[in-house]
Ligand binder design. Structure first.
Ligand code: HEC
Ligand code: HEC
Length: 333
């Protein structure tokens, strides 16, 4: 390639070899007219003002000097305006940090105040809805689509703030804590709007609310009501009625133990009783757990699930909203 001829691999240009060709002497014959060029009109050139050389800042870096030109006017004015703006801002708004708080500013503005105002706005905007929630019969809260929609939205917020720490963010429950799922149609205390409302307002087995729901399963082992054999038998029977693998002989004996000791609360067929908060045992849904060990633990020591009452903590409208929210999660009756 032509390039390769002219350049060494490292890119340096090579000097052509041999003696330099002699420079042709200028003669009449080899004089060529220069290419035509456009020159500025001489008059225009003259009219252009020749600016005087501006002074320099006096610094010099390797011979490079810096002109000391004045700021452009527009720039300077913008700068003055921002200074004026800052001063006005200091006077109107909180600005300078002092020992305990910042200077307040004569407008009395505060972000905390903004939030309070927003909450107030929200309350006044929704006051009519909250009133309607309280004025409507609890059982009828889901009859009217608009009111229901409002209740579900408001209830979702209440649930996230007040209930999710126990029942889980999605209301799926936490078996290890005995916090029941609120998604299924199995209810300890009843799944109608009114029953759910009552459970939330008064809670379960708490000491604070005289109207709290109350019942107590005896600790059959710890209190010596049943001996170890009987407990083993009735555990197998509960496994059987919930459709799990079990020892059939023990379960047959357990049926009798169950009739005498358990059916009063859990019913003959193990379907439970919402008047007593006694869960159904003939299905796969468990509050505390359905494996052999956990069932034995429940029967031996019993359980004592406590839910706080919300009638003192929440407004009636919030309790109703969250009751609607829970009811529409899937299991409402
Ligand atoms: C401190 C934990 C805790 C909090 C907070 C809590 N719950 Fe409960 N909740 C429980 C427990 C435990 C039970 C089961 C009580 C039992 O054993 O009968 C329960 C039961 C229920 C039941 C009855 C379920 C059924 O099957 O009948 C409903 C409904 C309910 N909770 C709704 C709520 C709502 C709504 C909130 C929030 C406003 C809430 N809970 C807040 C612990 C809690
Ligand atoms: C006085 C009524 C009562 C009697 C009698 C009773 N239970 Fe219970 N049982 C309950 C209640 C109430 C609960 C729920 C306890 C709680 O939430 O704290 C429960 C819970 C259970 C559970 C836990 C269910 C789950 O979902 O985790 C099992 C298992 C159980 N009982 C079995 C029995 C057996 C077996 C007997 C008879 C030996 C019996 N119970 C007798 C009231 C009773």
């Amino acid at each position: 390639m032509a390039d390769d001829d002219k350049k060494k691999p490292d890119g340096e240009a090579t000097v052509p070899e041999g003696p330099r060709p002699p420079v042709e002497a200028r003669t009449e014959e080899n004089l060529v007219d220069p290419p035509e060029r456009q020159y500025a009109e001489p008059r225009k050139v003259l009219r252009q003002k020749v600016a005087p050389e501006p002074p320099t800042t006096g610094h010099s870096w390797d011979g490079i000097e810096e002109y000391d030109n004045p700021m452009p006017r527009w720039w300077l004015w913008t700068f003055y305006i921002t200074i004026a703006w800052a001063v006005i801002y200091w006077i109107l708004y909180p600005a300078w940090p002092m020992v305990s708080q910042a200077t307040p500013g004569i407008l009395g503005h505060s972000t905390r105040g903004d939030v309070a105002r927003e909450i107030e706005d929200f309350e006044t905007r929704n006051a009519a809805w909250f009133e309607r929630l309280v004025a409507t019969e609890v059982a009828q809260l889901r009859e009217e689509a608009e009111l229901e929609r409002f209740a579900v939205q408001a209830g979702r917020a209440v649930f996230a703030a007040q209930c999710s720490q126990c029942h889980g963010a999605g209301a799926q429950g936490v078996q290890a804590g005995g916090f029941p799922s609120l998604l299924d149609d199995q209810w300890l205390w009843g799944g109608t709007l009114e029953e759910i409302h009552r459970t939330i307002a008064h809670g379960v087995r708490n000491e604070d609310d005289p109207d709290a729901r109350w019942s107590e399963m005896p600790a059959f082992g710890a209190e010596g009501l049943l001996d170890e054999d009987e407990i083993d038998q009735v555990v197998e029977y509960v496994l059987a009625m919930s459709g799990q693998s079990h020892d059939a002989d023990l379960a047959a004996l357990g049926a009798e133990v169950f009739d005498w000791n358990c059916a009063a609360c859990h019913m003959d067929d193990g379907s439970g009783n919402t008047d007593l908060g006694a869960p159904a045992l003939n299905n796969q849904i468990w509050q505390y757990g359905g494996d052999r060990d956990t069932i034995r633990q429940t029967i031996y020591f019993s359980r004592f699930g406590v839910m706080p009452a919300f009638s003192e903590r929440l407004r009636e409208s919030d309790i109703r909203a969250v009751a609607v929210y829970v009811h529409q999660l899937g299991g409402g009756q």
